[in-house]
Design a protein around this ligand. Structure first.
Ligand SMILES: Cc1ncc(COP(=O)(O)O)c(C=O)c1O
Length: 449
């Protein structure tokens, strides 16, 4: 692309496009990065700059960009069918994918409901749980428990169970009533940090003890509260929440939209705690970051509460135009083939061990308050003062400064507030991972962190 084409496109972008999660005024004079192509762990700007995609393009990419096997799977699928509606009709890719997902997800998740992005997978989960309780005669069970710092998407139902004030607070007047439990966030736990799991579980139990008759389900991001700041918590918390849900008759909804498909070092976050949720949401890595697709899996018991004669009006009246898009299903199937045939989880284990070592080097920086790691995810929480754990003032936009310098150094480090994180692809070579971190060190040194 020549400079004139580049300029024309960027000017049109400024004129016509409204980007997500973006204060557009920031781009009144600055340009968005115009990406021309992507390959493996890299994306390439139109100015010739190469960037490590250290955030896997918003946590979706798994095996690398422009993967030959997945490209071929799409081409193959297009030879027969691009899309067909999914009510009254079905197709081989969707049937095969549902069977494969039931086989690899935790025991007891037997039915697969398709939709087309993470937020809709969550909407489906909430509506499914709510309707289940109505149809088994527990009509008071209408509310959901969610965690502070939890994030489940941007549609109104998902925002209702969202616990990140910056994104969610404004919309409060539009949202349904919920119960909020504390985030199992050890670094910023307000009580006894050594007993934070005990105390966090205790808070959930208090809620359940007082309100179980009104609570339909509790939604969690297993192992990592991602958008809330890459808050990694112990499997024990998840295990104990599962126990409480069993004891009090509450659905456990596992939102694995972000963490599913190996990101935590296990295929699913729930595997760490050896728990089966009642409902599980998957998207992002489901299609290895290629095309929008999502699923909500549930137990036979939930499914059975909807299964009746039509005139009992127990149908789940929910669906989307692009439900179970065949291209998406074919891509997801090929991604699972890659997992199997290339032993991807072994690669993940090896890369995860290296990531742990790379992250430790950041303890030397004065402004790194907390280092967190699980699987292919690492996070560095920046603080203005280590001893008091005081955050940087909001106006300083320290994360944004890291992001800008990261771009100059050829690494996409998209921060979450003051937390710089790494959400790495499984196609990285050890040398590439090391190079990515050398560049990140240069960012930290330049900004005197
Ligand atoms: C845990 C979790 N759930 C749901 C979503 C929403 O997914 P989508 O952006 O595809 O709507 C996200 C997105 O980041 C997520 O991290």
């Amino acid at each position: 692309m020549n400079e004139e084409q580049r300029r024309t496109l960027l000017d049109a972008d400024r004129r016509f496009v409204w980007h997500p999660f973006t204060q557009m005024k920031d781009y009144a004079t600055a340009d968005h990065v115009l990406i021309e192509r992507a390959q493996g762990p890299f994306v390439y700007g139109s100015d010739g700059q190469r960037y490590y995609d250290a955030v896997s393009s918003w946590w979706v990419n798994i095996h690398g960009h422009n993967h030959p096997r997945i490209n071929e799977a799409i081409a193959r699928q297009l030879e027969s069918m691009e899309h067909v509606m999914f009510s009254g009709f079905t197709h081989q890719p969707a049937i095969e994918l549902a069977s494969r997902l039931v086989a690899i997800t935790p025991e007891g998740l037997d039915k697969v409901f398709y939709s087309d992005n993470g937020s809709t997978a969550v909407e489906v989960a909430l509506k499914m749980s709510f309707q289940y309780w109505r149809q088994v005669g527990k009509t008071d069970k209408t509310r959901f428990v969610f965690l502070d710092n939890g994030y489940h998407g941007d549609t109104i139902g998902a925002v209702s169970v969202g616990g990140v004030d910056l994104y969610h607070k404004l919309y409060k007047p539009l949202l349904f009533a919920t119960f909020q439990a504390p985030s199992p966030y050890q670094y910023r736990w307000p009580g006894n940090a050594d007993a934070f799991v005990e105390e966090a579980v205790g808070a959930v139990e208090e809620l359940f003890a007082a309100h179980a008759d009104e609570i339909a389900g509790m939604i969690v991001e297993p192992m990592i509260q991602a958008a809330g700041g890459m808050i990694i918590y112990p499997a024990e918390y998840l295990r104990r929440v599962r126990d409480l849900c069993d004891r009090y008759g509450v659905h456990l909804i596992a939102d694995e939209v972000a963490v599913g498909f190996g990101r935590t070092g296990r295929m699913f976050g729930c595997n760490h705690a050896d728990v089966s949720p009642d409902i599980m949401c998957l998207s992002k890595g489901l299609t290895a970051g290629y095309v929008p697709l999502s699923v909500t899996l549930c137990t036979q018991q939930i499914y059975d509460a909807f299964y009746d004669d039509y005139d009992t009006v127990k149908t789940f009246f929910h669906g989307h135009s692009f439900t179970a898009n065949p291209i998406g299903c074919a891509v997801a199937l090929e991604s699972l083939n890659i997992f199997d045939q290339e032993d991807t989880m072994r690669t993940v284990a090896r890369l995860s061990a290296q990531l742990s070592e790379e992250l430790k080097q950041f303890a030397a920086y004065e402004h790194v308050g907390d280092i967190r790691h699980l699987g292919m995810v690492g996070a560095l929480e920046l603080v203005s003062d280590r001893a008091s754990r005081r955050s940087f003032p909001f106006q300083e936009r320290i994360g944004q400064r890291v992001y800008q310098e990261g771009l100059r150094q050829g690494v996409i480090l998209r921060p979450l507030g003051d937390t710089i994180y790494f959400w790495l692809q499984y196609c990285l070579t050890p040398e590439q991972m090391h190079d990515l971190f050398l560049r990140t060190h240069r960012v930290f040194q330049t900004l005197q962190l």
